[in-house]
Design a protein around this ligand. Structure first.
Ligand code: FAD
Length: 412
């Protein structure tokens, strides 16, 4: 049998030396942010780039080592208070890390963002003991977290979830399955939302969040299988078979599970996924510009043709607008401003516009776009993964409409 040809990407999507943030982001950035921007790019170049070929080629390997390397830099504690050992540098800083890592690899950016969502939930809802137990470990990289809400049947309909937690003395016993859980194979603790409500209670009080340590009896994770994109990002199913959790592991109040899930999704999921989309979009832009600039035509290059400049202009316009929407929303969060519509816009537009730019890039590359080992293939697969999490397009648009109409949000 002939050995399989190793997957090899021929072009890199980030420059060899770190870039400066675009001028348009200056109002949102401090000198510390600018250093972080460079640090993330250098990390991506040194540690992420060499791993991409192996991860893209393999259908059975996720990257635990990359998570460890990011953890050691304290990045999982980027929003964690300094009192718990974190960097405590906020949402813009978090956005920079996910964005700049995702320019090189959206899978690596996804590893980072998937832990930062449950970390946000523990920061906000955790008791003093829970914060003392988990946040310092997250901050020094010795513990990773996941958030487990979505289910195989109920999907994103949180109010329809079937996982149940029943009270038994001082403990809760949880049974059910969670699907598409980011970092599920590498997390040490999962924030699991389950149904605890008595009959007659509405979905908003019928759910409770729990901290479920990975090695408890009854916790199991299905084997990793690479998806369409984000190869190397651990994602999969978490099964809970009569898992006994002590009552002090309830995160927030009993009956507050919907709020925990929504808070995590809104304040952390939306900007985090937007940052992954933005990274992919940046990479698409760079790759396309480099391609057009290098391809000779009529004694000049393709980039000298006004019609192709016009098309590159369309990508630039979307990228510019998407970038500002995201950093503006993260900046509002850092200033304690309630900005749900901005977070929705950031998430929704960053995905939608990056998809359009991917399509433009495909066309602008001609047949070259179809080469299996050309990075554009990876970017086009990866961008599909930022649509569903933290609110699909339908939910985001309905939320936006209702924010204008002043009516209640749709049930989830
Ligand atoms: C990369 C990635 C990472 C993820 N990470 C996590 C994670 O860490 N933790 C976690 O819990 N989940 C995670 N998810 C799952 C994600 O949250 C779900 O995919 C999402 O909630 C949608 O659920 P679903 O895919 O089952 O779609 P469904 O809920 O089955 O929906 C299918 C389609 O129907 C539409 N739809 C459904 N109901 C309505 C309605 N009432 N009105 C209008 N349209 C509707 C949806 O918008 C969607 O287009 C992740 C998913 C991906 C792709």
């Amino acid at each position: 049998m002939r050995p399989a040809t190793p997957y090899r990407e021929r072009e890199t999507t980030t420059p060899a030396t770190p870039t400066a943030p675009p001028e348009t982001l200056r109002p949102y950035l401090t000198p510390r942010h600018e250093l972080l921007w460079q640090e993330a790019e250098l990390f991506a170049e040194q540690y992420v780039a060499p791993r991409i070929p192996r991860l893209e080629h393999s259908t059975s390997t996720f990257d635990r080592r990359l998570a460890q390397l990011m953890g050691r830099r304290g990045w999982f504690g980027v929003t964690v208070p300094a009192a718990h050992g974190g960097l405590e540098i906020g949402h813009v800083a978090k956005t920079i890390l996910i964005h700049r890592i995702s320019v090189m690899s959206a899978a690596a950016g996804a590893i980072l963002q998937a832990t930062l969502i449950p970390v946000g939930a523990v920061e906000h809802f955790g008791t003093r003991e829970q914060k003392t137990q988990w946040l310092p470990r997250v901050a020094d990289g010795s513990a990773l977290m996941s958030i487990a809400v979505t289910e195989p049947t109920a999907g994103g309909h949180i109010g329809g979830m079937e996982t149940v937690a029943e009270r038994e003395g001082d403990a809760w016993v949880i049974t059910g399955s969670k699907a598409h859980i980011g970092n599920v194979h590498i997390a040490d603790v999962h924030v699991v939302v389950a149904r605890t409500g008595e009959e007659g209670k509405g979905p908003s009080q019928a759910l409770t969040a729990f901290l479920v340590v990975n090695d408890l009896p009854g916790v199991s994770v299905t084997a990793y299988r690479a998806g369409h994109g984000l190869r190397g990002f651990s994602a999969g199913q978490l099964d809970l078979d009569h898992v006994r959790v002590e009552a002090d592991q309830v995160l927030g109040e009993v009956g507050q599970g919907m709020e925990v899930a929504q808070h995590a999704s809104i304040r952390h999921g939306r900007p985090n996924l937007a940052a992954v989309s933005l990274g992919i979009h940046d990479a698409v832009m760079k790759l396309t510009t480099a391609f057009l600039k290098a391809r000779p035509r009529y004694g000049a290059t393709l980039l000298d043709l006004p019609v192709l400049q016009d098309r590159l202009g369309a990508i630039t316009h979307r990228l510019h607008a998407a970038r500002i929407l995201l950093y503006h929303a993260a900046h509002l969060l850092d200033h304690g401003i309630d900005c749900d519509p901005d977070l929705i816009n950031a998430k929704y537009s960053n995905h939608a516009w990056a998809i359009q730019s991917c399509q433009d890039a495909m066309e602008l590359h001609g047949a070259r776009a179809l080469d299996p080992d050309y990075p554009l293939q990876r970017l086009i697969r990866d961008i599909q993964h930022t649509y569903a999490p933290a609110g699909t397009g339908e939910f985001q648009r309905i939320h936006l409409a209702r924010s204008v109409l002043g009516t209640a949000s749709p049930p989830q």
